[in-house]
Design a protein around this ligand. Structure first.
Ligand SMILES: NC(=O)C1=CN([C@@H]2O[C@H](COP(=O)(O)OP(=O)(O)OC[C@H]3O[C@@H](n4cnc5c(N)ncnc54)[C@H](O)[C@@H]3O)[C@@H](O)[C@H]2O)C=CC1
Ligand SMILES: CC(=O)C(=O)O
Ligand SMILES: [Mg+2]
Length: 370
């Protein structure tokens, strides 16, 4: 199979879909890997590293899309990339379709087969291709939130850890999964007073067992949030209902009871965001203010630490990429129901129910396609 890796073109996205290590594995399994010139530079991999791995460097994205059987990327295809996808071509990347009707329409029109990293599952009920980026975004969230809390950035001028004699910032993390746990660990490590809210009692038990004493836990409800919002300096949104649009958990009218200059970091923005006033921002222009409350809503946070993120993502995607290349998507998905859960689009049909529900589009059962 010819595996193609174009340069990411989303603003300020420096990650790359295939590392030289993954390229080498694919080449040694008998595949041809073509990488766009300069695709790895932002993550610290020059073209020579790919050539040494046995890959071929190609000048343009157009040639990659025209030639490859499978396109491996990081971010959802942008409009110009979607025009280059074709029938029968396999796309393996993050998609986040539920809040993105335009992308969904274009993918369906292209006739391609699209497997979304974020809905591939594992035996433990986790999301193995989302997890590494959630670890990164979770660890970044208190860091960017702390920066936003600084006065010059519009925040209320509160230091995360306080100082002797002055109390720390109060941080509320909504969603205690991968993002939330890593965010809470780092925020607590910075000295903040942290509470994590989740709706899953087993998850709250786990967090309490492992992190009791480091941060507090609470059962996520509208009532508890209403109690905590007036106290918060920072709220980190980290909820997920896999594949679905994020539930809106903080309303604009609630800003009236919050501290002016408090910060909302909406990590869940790639699923549409969990605050009513969230809209996706970029690393170039990451924050904005609504009614005195600062918002940070970058949809590709891990791109800020592209080297760490590319290596972490590559570790997770490589076995799946190899299975898809070695067996073809049908057999790979037939052999692995967790990979089949990643199938979102095939030949003009939507195959992921939560996306269909969010967008009002009929779906077909992916199992019926293999
Ligand atoms: N902005 C960015 O750059 C990135 C965004 N993400 C996004 O972050 C979000 C979280 O991802 P993960 O932590 O990996 O998911 P996860 O599945 O590990 O955790 C989500 C948690 O949210 C909880 N939850 C669901 N509804 C809730 C509610 N109403 N109140 C409180 N908790 C609730 C679940 O019980 C679960 O524990 C996803 O939307 C993901 O796509 C992930 C990486 C990068
Ligand atoms: C998960 C995701 O969307 C990202 O890493 O950008
Ligand atoms: Mg994202």
């Amino acid at each position: 199979m010819i595996i193609g890796c174009p340069t990411e073109i989303k603003p300020q996205e420096f990650r790359v879909g295939i590392t030289p290590i993954a390229a080498q594995e694919a080449v040694s399994s008998g595949h041809e890997v073509i990488v766009q010139a300069g695709a790895g530079l932002g993550a610290g991999f020059d073209d020579a590293a790919y050539v040494a791995a046995g890959a071929r460097i190609i000048d343009t994205a157009a040639e990659i899309f025209a030639t490859a059987d499978m396109i491996v990327k990081v971010k959802e295809p942008q409009a110009v990339e979607r025009k280059m996808l074709r029938e029968g071509q396999l796309l393996f990347t993050y998609l986040h379709l539920a809040p993105d009707p335009e992308q969904t329409r274009d993918l369906l029109a292209s006739g391609c087969t699209a497997i979304a990293y974020e809905t591939v599952t594992d035996r433990a009920g986790g999301l193995p291709l989302l997890a590494p980026m959630s670890e990164v975004a979770g660890r970044l969230a208190p860091q960017v939130g702390a920066w936003t809390l600084q006065k010059a950035n519009g925040g209320r001028g509160v230091l995360m850890g306080g100082v002797p004699g002055v109390g720390p910032a109060r941080v509320i993390v909504i969603g205690g999964g991968v993002v939330g746990t890593h965010a809470a660990k780092i925020a607590a490590g910075m000295g903040a007073d942290v509470s994590v809210l989740d709706r899953s009692l087993p998850r709250l038990r786990y967090l309490d067992d492992v992190f009791g004493g480091t941060f507090k836990t609470g059962y996520s409800s509208a009532g508890l949030l209403a109690e905590l919002l007036p106290l918060a300096d920072m709220v980190i949104g980290a909820v997920l209902i896999p594949g679905a649009a994020a539930p809106k958990l903080v309303r604009r009218d609630q800003f009236a009871v919050m501290k002016p200059g408090a910060v909302l970091v909406d990590v869940a923005i790639d699923q549409g965001g969990c605050f009513e006033t969230s809209r996706a921002t970029t690393h170039q222009d990451p924050i904005y203010e609504v009614d005195g409350i600062m918002h940070y809503c970058v949809a590709n946070m891990p791109g800020a630490v592209a080297r760490t993120s590319t290596l972490a993502l590559g570790n997770a995607t490589m076995p799946f990429m190899l299975a898809l290349a070695n067996k073809g998507w049908k057999q790979a998905c037939a052999d692995d129901p967790h990979l089949l859960n990643g199938l979102n689009v095939h030949a003009g049909k939507l195959t992921y129910e939560a996306v269909g529900t969010a967008l009002g589009i009929e779906t077909v059962d992916p199992a019926s396609l293999i």
